[in-house]
Design a protein around this ligand. Structure first.
Ligand SMILES: [Zn+2]
Length: 694
């Protein structure tokens, strides 16, 4: 992070010092061995439009297919470069976009699933472009790319406005937003627009629905193309006075039944991995390019347009094996991890075993040539190097899903994404994901039921999965939780044991098992499990909360305090925890710290804060009389501590020399209970006041 900041600042300074077309040398080069950087002057800097098409198969657009009419994308391909062998890095939205915006494969940027957060250590395209003088804006259409997941960094304007917690917005709404931005005086000259429509469910608007009655997926593509056309015209018009560059790319495709896969994310065949990729703009001559390329090269290509030379740019001729992965079945179900590599029309898939396909003669990938042909050592080497690197730490750099709210998890789940945490066990006997297609449906449906809280339906689905795949850890764990939540304790316990025998090291499992014990008030069994969870994941909120409740029951304030102090730093609105901290600090006689905690509780809870008596008494003890008066005045007449409140208020009043202090003391006497009557009688401050007088 710091490194890239420093670099960006350096670039800006260099651009200023050297003016016009500057070749940066010595002190102004990015790194000693780094690429050459030309900071382009304003007039020469092209306006750049990046359009990403979610879930778009290359062979279904009108560029390659005559059955779908996509005139705008076809027109763009006709006047630009069309890559016939462009590959996603992984068939999942957030990780594949992260590749485009970092130039890295998933093993190197660390984002393997949706619902992760792209960490601040990664150098993002928009940050680099800003450093080169660009104004940057993004318009995204699907929740997996919402601002909270970290790709917004570097954008001056990041529009992820999804109406009313919707999970996606239509191409029309996104285009409208981009167009109104382009109308502005200071419109960004690097624009990223993401369309989500072809993602399931397929529900194109009219007239596209009627035009493609048998293929609503094609209807979505045709509809999206219409909106792409509107965006292209507006972009061309807005930047008509300067050079323009356009890049259109799919983030991954869609199975549509190929090799048994309906959607995307589980397998590595062409339908989900080969994506459309078009580059067009000033000084780009039309051509079709058959070299295999990766969508991660979008990063290098855009930077090259901005003046940073790059070997990996799509405009160069660099031909290295293209890599991709599909780790969802591995991360979620413990099945074989899957990797692929393509070079010169030959594709290898590693997934427990090896498949080899000749894409030129067998685009459908039906004829596995493994063992039958000689493979380029480069291809084999790239695949094995990547797969061992990728399994090193499958979720290493990504921030975990811990921080996601339940609402976020539900929104992701509504799009078919279920997250994981921790590291699966790599079993040599694990099923191959391509053999498991019959149960993907059950898995998806059961996961949806589980996240939606429909536990009995989830139990049925996961039970079927476990019959087919007895070592499926995720199914066993979810079954255990579903049984626990529905109070079927014997089955729950049995499934927890079973899940533990499959993956003894799972943090998630210990966590859920502890929650199960909590539900059954078996505090002593829950305690060691939560403690072990926190040793590995110190910020796991429900475990912290579980232990607070266990230690509080034990009256063990010494152990509760540090946990509460941790929770208030990581939880949203930790009013309850501040209150408990305030009470514990007050009991210990730590006045100032107790005041701090109650003030935080009051800020967090607003009108729901009721501890005005405690806070008032603490202020008084700390000689903050004005504050004490304000707090004590808020104690209502129905509060059981009201007699104490008016007694304390009377003390404060005398100490502040208020004009009405005598009547306040008389009021305290009238409202007194046994305790406060004695206190008033002995109170030296009241010595000279005749409070017994009516
Ligand atoms: Zn996607």
């Amino acid at each position: 992070m710091e490194d890239s900041l420093i670099r960006d600042v350096t670039l800006r300074i260099c651009a200023i010092i050297l003016g016009a077309v500057a070749v940066l040398t010595a002190g102004c080069s990015e790194k000693d061995t780094g690429p050459e950087i030309r900071a382009l002057p304003d007039g020469e800097r092209p306006a750049i439009l990046l359009i990403t098409l979610d879930t778009t198969r290359a062979d279904r657009l009108g560029i390659e297919s005559s059955s779908v009419n996509t005139p705008h994308l076809k027109g763009l391909a006709d006047r630009g470069l069309y890559f016939t062998q462009a590959y996603s890095t992984t068939p999942t939205t957030l990780p594949s976009h992260t590749s485009m915006l970092t130039g890295l494969y998933p093993a190197d940027h660390g984002i393997r699933e949706n619902g992760r957060r792209v960490g601040g250590q990664l150098e993002l395209l928009a940050v680099r472009l800003k450093g080169l003088g660009y104004h940057t804006a993004a318009f995204v259409s699907g929740f997996p790319l919402a601002q909270q997941f970290g790709l917004a960094r570097g954008f001056d304007h990041y529009d992820d406005m999804l109406a009313d917690n919707a999970s996606e917005r239509s191409a029309t709404a996104t285009t409208d937003a981009a167009l109104s931005h382009l109308d502005q005086e200071d419109a960004a000259d690097f624009l990223w627009v993401h369309y989500y429509d072809p993602h399931a469910p397929y529900e194109p608007p009219e007239p596209f629905l009627s035009q493609y009655p048998d293929s609503p997926y094609s209807g979505e593509l045709a509809y999206m193309d219409d909106e792409v056309g509107r965006l292209l015209s507006a972009f061309e018009a807005r930047f008509s006075e300067q050079p323009r560059k356009i890049i259109v790319v799919g983030d991954h495709g869609e199975g549509l039944g190929d090799h048994g896969e309906a959607l995307h994310g589980n397998l590595l065949y062409q339908g989900t991995m080969r994506v459309p990729l078009v580059i067009a703009g000033d000084s780009i001559a039309p051509a079709s390019i058959d070299r295999a390329v990766s969508i991660r090269q979008v990063f290098d290509t855009v930077l090259e347009w901005a003046g940073v030379e790059s070997e990996r740019s799509l405009l160069g001729s660099n031909a290295e094996p293209v890599i991709a992965e599909a780790l969802k079945p591995y991360l979620q179900y413990g099945w074989q991890p899957q990797f692929m590599a393509v070079l010169d029309g030959i594709k290898m898939i590693q997934s427990g075993d090896i498949e080899v396909f000749n894409l030129q003669s067998d685009a459908e990938e039906t004829d596995n040539l493994a063992g039958g042909i000689d493979l380029a050592p480069e291809l084999q080497g790239a695949l094995s190097a990547y797969s061992s690197r990728a399994l090193d730490e499958p979720n290493g750099q990504a921030e975990t899903q811990e921080a996601l709210s339940q609402k976020t998890v539900e929104r992701l789940a509504s799009l078919g994404y279920v997250g994981t945490s921790g590291r699966p066990i790599l079993r040599t006997t694990a099923p191959n994901p391509r053999d498991m297609v019959p149960i993907y449906h059950d898995l998806d449906i059961a996961s949806g039921h589980f996240i939606g809280g429909r536990y009995r339906a989830a139990i049925q689905g996961f039970s079927r999965v476990l019959e087919v795949d007895p070592q499926n850890f995720m199914a066993a764990m979810h079954l255990a939780v579903a049984y626990s939540v529905t109070n079927q304790n014997e089955q729950a316990q049995a499934k927890f044991e079973r899940a533990r025998s499959i993956n003894p090291s799972s943090v998630d499992l210990r966590h859920y098992h502890a929650m199960h014990y909590m539900r059954n008030q078996q505090w002593d069994l829950a305690e060691p499990l939560f403690e072990s969870v926190l040793r590995e994941m110190p910020d796991r909120l429900p475990a912290l909360q579980g232990l607070v409740s266990i230690y509080t029951r034990q009256g063990n304030d010494e152990r509760v305090t540090p946990l509460l102090e941790k929770i208030v730093t990581i939880k949203d609105s930790p009013g309850k925890e501040w209150l408990q901290l305030g009470q514990m600090r007050m009991a210990k006689g730590d006045t100032k710290a107790a005041i701090g905690a109650f003030e935080q509780a009051s800020n967090t809870l607003g009108r729901r804060f009721r501890q005005h008596l405690e806070l008032g008494v603490l202020y008084l003890a700390d000689r903050q009389y004005e504050n004490a008066a304000v707090s004590l005045d808020k104690v209502s007449g129905s509060h059981p501590g009201y007699p104490m409140a008016v007694f304390k208020r009377a003390q404060v009043s005398v100490l502040l020399n208020e004009a009405d202090s005598e009547s306040r003391v008389r009021w305290a006497w009238r409202k007194a209970d046994d305790t406060t009557r004695r206190l008033i009688a002995n109170e030296k401050l009241f010595r000279d006041i005749d409070y017994r007088r009516k």
